[in-house]
Design a binder for this molecule. Sequence first.
Ligand SMILES: [Zn+2]
Length: 109
Amino acid sequence: MGWNPRWSALVSQVTTKSSKPLPKTLPGVVCAQRVRCGKPGCRCADGQGHLAYYRFWREGGRLRKCYVRRADLAAVQAACEARQRERGALTEAWQQWRSLAAVVREVSR
Ligand SMILES: [Zn+2]
């Protein structure tokens, strides 16, 4: 038995997964906030501060906040947008179901 090309596809999938721990979709939105690092002598002490990115989302009715590293910014933003698209598609399906249910009510009257 030789090397199955499907195996190499499987291997590359595993390696990309382990090197990219970020999930494909994430709840919430990414917002930029000004922060002060508190280091003595840093210009942020009396200036505008540093621009830092945070992801905000709701979990169990509470607002959660998570720091987003600059290196992860693009990936996290993409994951949030993917989740919003997913939820948008769900809303559309729900609206279709409701209009369908109304039609069924009309017919069965
Ligand atoms: Zn600073």
